[in-house]
Design a protein around this ligand. Sequence first.
Ligand code: NDP
Length: 338
Amino acid sequence: GKVLVTGANGYIAVWVVKSYLEKGFAVRGTVRSESKAKYLRQLFQSYGDKFEIVIVDDITKEGAFDEAVKGVDAIAHTASPFHNRADDPNEVIVPAVQGTLSVLNSALKHGAQTVKRVVITASCASILEYGTTPKVFSEKDWNERAIREVNEKGKAAANGDKYCASKTLAERAAWDFWNKHKSEVAWDVAVMNPPYVFGPVLHEVDQPENLNESVKLWWNAVVAGKLSNEELVTVGSAWVDVRDLANAHVLATTTPEAGGERVIISPGVFKYQDFVNVAHRLYPKLSAGNTSYDPAKAVHMISYDTSKERKLFGIKYHTVEETTRDTLEDFIKRGWIS
Ligand code: NDP
């Protein structure tokens, strides 16, 4: 089969492309400009004509993916802004929502019978709600709070809420679209909801400052020493290794029962000190961080019930130890740690 991967140059997407190729799928990736295509063509050169790139310069335009969806059996929609630079919330909400709708519209118009599955890279951002007591979230939960915050406060809303609102509104738009059109199409939708995604980098990055948002946070905490001792043991959430998330996209494409489901993809919770502990053990010159950390005493305000993932996919996740080791090896290979 052949899969269309949108935003193929992103941190997660490059691993997604690699996973599909390794499983024998052909991949058509979309990027916004020719300058972003060159690196990918080189990276996946060994797959020959099983990997191709098309340019979609504006994903929000109606019909943007009309040509791109032709002849593919599945779609993985990953393109969506993940950054904290938005002033107006619409800077992230419009591409997230309109990008999703334009992929689905093109799949309706030009892939109604040929596309079989649309996998969407959503986020735990559309599930979690920051509260005052610890809570275990599941796929039944929706982040209504972020939408409310953005509606009430506009530009003054917290940047995290702007991003969370963009992901919640985009995922909701996808389900609404599918519910409206499901009788007209042969495809269904499977939504992947990952929390913080960490792990080695495969996409084009020249320096740590230009890393994608989640790996930059990890770099700042584990390598750059930018968190205080207090923050190292209190700041955290749930996480997943990027390679496991990529694998989840493939499983979401090949598992019939994943259709119609949103699925949280995560092995569990972390505080940044968990990664620092491993990093310091492997490379003593990296900071030991907060040596008084007791994981048993850590309070996790947000955690997830991942029983649906275990039932559907049963992913064997990378551990904190493995992800830390592989990520640091990657950074060293890039000359970012000497
Ligand atoms: P990256 O920033 O590395 O990748 C984002 C991708 O989306 C790039 O291909 C980027 O293209 C594209 N994109 C961003 N904004 C636009 C836009 N306005 N129009 C068209 N394309 C756009 O981030 P990730 O790989 O981390 O994110 C990929 C997906 O995973 C996103 O949907 C994100 O919300 C989701 N996610 C990420 C998590 C994480 O911890 N990393 C956690 C949960 C979900 P370009 O390079 O041209 O800007």
